[in-house]
Design a protein around this ligand. Structure first.
Ligand SMILES: Cc1cc2nc3c(=O)[nH]c(=O)nc-3n(C[C@H](O)[C@H](O)[C@H](O)COP(=O)(O)O)c2cc1C
Length: 217
């Protein structure tokens, strides 16, 4: 486990306020495209942290499936542990760790279920087997063994062999509506760059402008 004692130099390439765009979503898209170009494995994977009804935190990886001015879209089972947690407490955070680029993006926000039509549209775009899997796994529920899980999948495959697979109503999308987005760039001597965008709230309670501030590393 050599990595535990390694002290890597993260280089001098800077993250400069002057080079960032005013809209953090646009900035995020630029970094995602750069992560793709750098051939990061699963560049759209992020760690999603939730807090459940018992105030217990839990984090797990999910895949980003859309990003636009409204926020960050991912899909899952609404009855999973994360689904139950979001129902109890919509505050979530997300971490994109593009470590080989010495980059990290941290997002704080509120997760909202998307409209069912948007979930339908996304579900319809998925491969047939992935659609069947949504029917054959009660995500986060215990099961006695692998054979039982495989049997559930085989049964669902047979059921939907000659037909379109409808979206189960317990499966769909969430959008993280961001309130803070931090861009982190590793620098030499642990003097890293951290630029945080914080969304102001207008007098009418609606989201306002993004304010930018530099944080100490
Ligand atoms: C690279 C990667 C991508 C994943 N993408 C998703 C995803 O998009 N949606 C999902 O529900 N689970 C995804 N998972 C599985 C989750 O990490 C997790 O095991 C599952 O959602 C159940 O989490 P929960 O019990 O906390 O709800 C992914 C796992 C990995 C390692």
């Amino acid at each position: 486990m050599d990595s535990l004692n390694r002290h890597e130099d993260y280089g001098q390439a800077a993250l400069d306020e002057a080079h960032l765009v005013a809209d953090p979503i646009e900035q995020f898209k630029t970094w995602l495209i750069e992560a793709e170009a750098a051939q990061i494995y699963e560049p759209n994977a992020f760690v999603l942290a939730t807090i459940d009804a018992e105030n217990q935190s839990r984090a797990r990886t999910v895949l980003l499936k859309g990003v636009d001015h409204r926020g960050f879209f991912f899909a899952t089972n609404y009855l999973s542990r994360k689904g139950e947690a979001v129902a109890a407490n919509p505050s979530v955070s997300a971490v994109f760790g593009w470590y080989s680029m010495y980059r990290q993006v941290l997002i704080q926000g509120v997760a909202e279920k998307v409209q069912s039509t948007e979930s339908d549209e996304y579900f319809a775009s998925r491969p047939h087997e992935s659609q069947v899997a949504a029917w054959s796994s009660h995500q986060s529920q215990p099961i006695e063994n692998r054979a039982a899980l495989d049997a559930q999948f085989t049964e669902a495959l047979a059921k939907f062999s000659n037909t379109d697979v409808p979206r189960p109503d317990y499966w769909g999308g969430y959008r993280i509506i961001p309130t803070r987005i931090e861009f982190w760039k590793g620098r030499s001597n642990r003097m890293h760059d951290r630029i945080e965008y914080v969304r102001e709230v207008n007098a009418d309670g609606q989201p306002g402008e993004w304010k930018v501030q530099r944080l100490q590393p």
